[in-house]
Ligand binder design. Structure first.
Ligand SMILES: [Zn+2]
Ligand SMILES: [Zn+2]
Length: 148
């Protein structure tokens, strides 16, 4: 599939990459319909790496080069084992805050400041791509149908 990968400052390449594997337990695979360009994407382009890890991220294991893009919506095309909150065919807009679920702030419900926070598209593979896998628990189901 085509994807836009961040390699370094002022070095983003649109290239053919392998499609993501089948979603792991608790994950969904989304066919991306739309993805915005965030200010943080611009900052990574102009002056990165800022948030992009150059060593494997403690939550996701991902490091540069990686696929940017975290402000997106799309259609669920596959669900991993144990996923009950969304189903294939749902239109979704995922929260970007991938988190551990076990640290103090996660247990307090403040997962946006998880000590292992891994933003989709900055510390995990992102949505400047045709397909992306993310945790199902982050997906908000939308009352619309994507037309792509
Ligand atoms: Zn953003
Ligand atoms: Zn946490």
């Amino acid at each position: 599939m085509k994807a836009a990968k961040w390699y370094g400052k002022k070095d983003i390449r649109v290239e053919d990459v392998p499609t993501p594997p089948a979603p792991k337990p608790g994950e969904v695979q989304i066919k991306v319909a739309w993805c915005g360009i965030c200010g943080s994407d611009l900052h990574e382009y102009l002056a990165g790496p800022i948030f992009i890890p150059v060593e494997p991220h403690p939550l996701t294991g991902v490091k540069a080069p990686l696929i940017l893009g975290h402000e997106f919506s799309g259609e669920v095309v596959a669900v991993g084992e144990g996923v009950t909150t969304v189903q294939v065919g749902d239109s979704v807009a995922p929260d970007a805050c991938q988190h551990c679920g076990t640290c103090v702030t996660c247990r307090e419900g403040r997962y946006n400041v998880c000590e292992k926070l891994a933003f989709t598209g900055l510390m995990a593979e992102g949505a400047f791509a045709e397909l992306v896998n993310v945790p199902a628990e982050l997906c908000y189901v939308l009352p619309i149908v994507h037309r792509t």
